[in-house]
Design a protein around this ligand. Structure first.
Ligand code: ADP
Ligand code: NI
Length: 215
């Protein structure tokens, strides 16, 4: 199993060589480690968890004209090329397909413990100290302001609106980041999310205090 994982790590590193900072190799490495830590308690299939965590972001549809099938396709082609069996490939592809927050806003057709583990790990990387850093990185890339008290939070965005919003990055905390804690599927994921969530609440309190010149 280690040889397969090493080959996959190599492939992902090469594929992500020029990736933007939100989905670079280090994001994958964090998700991979967190997924393994969660799976130590969940006892899902270790190979599926490892492969899905490593391959989950090799093609971001946001940067590929919105085609959600490119990622699973690329992952499948790679796994086939190193001789992985079809049933494992299929499961890994289903995890990747169903992973994104956007997929979970639509109709979910696939369920598995391995999906829960990798999804929790991926979502955990969007909250806490690193989640905050990623949000502002993404906001900067999209030319968004940090905060604008006159622009309200919109909790009812469609998939399209969510992708194209020009709202300040602070709004994203209320539209997504602070909601992730309650979407955790695994016990270990919930525990980690609780701590990171509290950190974000403290951060926001500090932010508003500084904004008003009160801290
Ligand atoms: P994922 O890879 O978890 O499906 P995305 O690709 O949507 O998530 O986002 C990658 C990172 O960019 C996450 O940390 C997310 O919080 C952040 N991000 C996504 N949309 C926004 C937004 N509108 N404002 C600020 N950050 C965002
Ligand atoms: Ni990811």
């Amino acid at each position: 199993m280690q040889a397969i994982i090493d080959q996959t790590i190599n492939f992902v590193k090469i594929t992500l060589a020029n990736a933007e900072t939100g989905h670079d190799w280090f994001h994958i490495e964090r998700v991979f480690k967190t997924a393994q830590a969660i799976n130590a308690k969940e006892k899902g299939d270790e190979l599926i968890v490892a492969l899905a965590a490593l391959l989950h972001d090799i093609a971001d549809s946001k940067f590929n004209g919105g085609d959600e099938e490119i990622g699973p396709q690329k992952a499948g082609d790679f796994l086939k090329s190193i001789g992985i069996s079809d049933d494992i490939i299929f499961h890994v592809q289903e995890v990747i397909r169903n992973l994104s927050y956007k997929a979970s806003l639509g109709t979910i057709t696939f369920k598995s413990k391995e999906l829960d583990v990798v999804q929790d790990a991926d979502r955990l990387d969007a909250i806490g100290a690193i989640g905050i850093a990623r949000a502002f990185t993404y906001g900067g890339y999209k030319n968004r302001v940090l905060y604008d008290p006159s622009i309200p939070v919109n909790l009812n965005m469609s998939k399209e609106e969510y992708k194209n919003t020009t709202a300040p990055t602070l709004n994203h905390f209320y539209e997504k980041l602070l909601l992730l804690k309650d979407l955790m599927k695994t016990e270990a994921g919930k525990e980690i999310a609780e701590q990171r969530h509290q950190f974000m609440l403290n951060y926001l309190e500090q932010f508003y205090g500084e904004w008003e010149g009160k801290r």
